[in-house]
Design a protein around this ligand. Structure first.
Ligand code: B12
Ligand code: SF4
Length: 494
């Protein structure tokens, strides 16, 4: 059977999605033929090539390479996305179109799907289908959705379709009948992560592997060795995912170290992977013994890697093992510099003191830290945002990612406030318009201005703060000040 995956990524948002890569490997094991429509490298019409001198908000912590991502695509002609999709469908002639979406790219995927002609069924899976199933299956062109894991459900579906068998009772699937009614099957047991094949990177454009680091170019991508997270942060979808999968087995699971290593070896041999980002929700959550075994087996592979960690999982022993096996970067969620907001609103029970301790340990091991921060939080005032900026300064963070909170469907913040995610035209409100949800005590413009200038406040001397404040606005003068301050900040970083 021929299955066409669709990865609706933003242009140049590189990184092989592990969901599709595993599902592709599973389906190939069962003898199916797989193809992919991936928008990552399809240059949209009207796209303007960015050059190195373009302004970026936020300091870059890595030395630039002479060759950039933009160089990889500079000779590519612009394409019409739906014509390219149609061409792929016509040439491959799939028996099933399988789409993977997050909330943020779901509408984009459906927009393209609506514009093309095909005669096969369509299934949508991924986190958005899992947390907003009613919305996703309501789309006319969608015949089925997958709730939660697809590792067994999709191969079962393809087997049933290819043999002409009844597929309407497959666990994890919702199936739309001809009369429009929907069969909602329950969820099956969680898969055993050690029985899954190595993700199939061969399906993807090799430019996904481009990893510039410290002036050199490496190859790699995401690898995820665990699933789930025991945390209950109120802005995250994990608590809902946990509730949905009650009765399916332990929610937080990790692979045996030998499985992880076997896959990393395969990715290194087949694709030359020498730079990885562990996409695990929180990498150091595994028991020390696991990290110890990973250390023993990963170190000889000579790979560099980055990972995300929660500060309360940081111990000297784990960080030291991580460093010694190749860890060069860690992403750590600060989220808010105000302890009360962090604890009471975000449900992250980590004190500033514990956070400082974690940063100290990571810094002592010379591992680069990127902090993750959110603003526009419920009940937040401008002064609280400055607490977050101050806390990042105090922790000597050189690279801070800052987002306006987006109350994702399924997150506690969205559920408690009955947040509507669609605008009057039925479109999912995009991340770029997150301030519209108006969760904080600040006006949307104020939140946007603070997001724009957050990294300037972080990296420039306080004597310049009154000038930075002038850059928060939206007018021409503010923009000019913003651009000049950004150039100045970049020049200071060298
Ligand atoms: C790696 C990652 C990224 C990467 C790459 C994404 C990618 N292309 O894979 C990058 C850095 C680009 C990214 C960006 C963002 N991400 Co992200 N990301 C992740 C992360 C850490 C891992 C995803 C993954 O590979 N998981 C492992 C695979 C195996 O699981 P899976 O994808 O869910 O797939 C399984 C099932 O869902 C199902 N399935 C999936 N697809 C399909 C398709 C079919 C047809 C079927 C049948 C089944 C199926 O089967 C798979 C195997 O069981 C997840 C957290 C997580 N642990 O999942 C967050 C996560 C997906 N990201 C999230 C968010 C919020 C974002 C950002 C908005 C962050 C930001 N503030 O900018 C952006 C949005 C980018 C965009 N374009 O819209 C949220 C999504 C919330 C939501 N409602 O959509 C998550 C869940 C994190 C979280 N806990 O909140 N992300
Ligand atoms: S935000 Fe991170 S730590 Fe909190 S529940 Fe989600 S994945 Fe876990």
């Amino acid at each position: 059977m021929k299955i066409l995956f669709f990865h609706p990524a933003n242009y140049l948002e590189i990184g092989i999605p592990q969901g599709i890569a595993i599902l592709s490997a599973r389906l190939k094991q069962e003898g199916h033929t797989i193809d992919l429509f991936d928008t990552t490298f399809l240059k949209p019409e009207g796209y303007v090539h960015k050059n190195e001198d373009d302004l970026t908000v936020g300091p870059a912590i890595y030395k630039k390479t002479p060759y950039t991502l933009e160089d990889l695509v500079k000779d590519d002609p612009p394409v019409c996305l739906y014509e390219a999709f149609q061409k792929k469908i016509d040439e491959f002639d799939p028996n099933l179109i399988a789409i993977s979406t997050m909330t943020t790219n779901h509408d984009f995927a459906i927009d393209l799907l609506k514009k093309v002609k095909f005669s096969c069924p369509v299934i949508v899976g991924g986190v958005h289908a899992t947390i907003s199933p009613e919305d996703v299956i309501a789309e006319k062109k969608v015949n089925m959705i997958c709730i939660g894991e697809g590792d067994e459900a999709l191969p079962d579906l393809c087997e049933a379709l290819s043999k002409g068998n009844d597929y309407r009772g497959i666990k994890n699937l919702w199936v739309k009948k001809k009369d429009g009614s929907i069969i909602k099957n329950g969820l099956g047991a969680h898969v055993n992560l050690d029985e899954l094949p190595c993700p199939d990177w061969s399906l993807f454009d090799s430019r996904h592997l481009f990893r510039p680091y410290e002036g050199q170019i490496y190859k790699g991508g995401f690898y995820i060795s665990s699933r789930g997270c025991p945390g209950g942060c109120s802005y995250c979808v994990n608590s809902t995912l946990r509730t949905i999968s009650k009765g399916c087995g332990a929610y937080f699971r990790y692979q045996k170290p030998q499985t992880t290593v076997k896959h990393l070896e395969e990715l290194k041999t087949k694709y030359g992977a020498n730079w990885l980002k562990f996409g695990d929700d929180t990498f150091l959550l595994q028991p020390t013994q696991n990290i110890f075994e990973l250390h023993e087996k990963i170190k000889p592979l000579n790979i560099f890697f980055g990972c995300s960690v929660r500060p309360d999982t940081v111990t000297r022993e784990k960080v030291s093992l991580a460093k010694d096996m190749g860890c060069v970067a860690m992403s750590v969620g600060i989220e808010s510099g105000n302890e009360e907001i962090r604890r009471n609103i975000l449900n992250r029970k980590i004190s500033n003191r514990d956070m400082e301790g974690a940063f100290r340990i990571i810094n002592e091991h010379d591992i680069r830290i990127s902090s993750f921060n959110m603003i526009g939080l419920p009940e937040e005032k401008k002064g609280n945002v400055f607490e977050t900026i101050e806390f990042n300064r105090q922790l000597k963070v050189k690279s801070a990612n800052v987002y306006i909170i987006y109350p994702f469907p399924g997150s506690r913040i969205a559920l408690e406030r009955h947040i509507q995610h669609k605008d009057s035209r039925g479109r999912i409100i995009p991340m770029s318009k997150a301030s519209r949800f108006c969760l904080s005590n600040m006006a949307p413009n104020e939140v946007e201005g603070l997001r724009k200038t957050f990294n300037l406040y972080l990296s420039l001397p306080k004597s310049l703060w009154p000038i930075i404040q002038l850059a928060e606005g939206r007018g021409k003068k503010s923009q000019m000040i913003f651009e000049n301050l950004t150039k100045f900040a970049q020049a200071r970083e060298g």
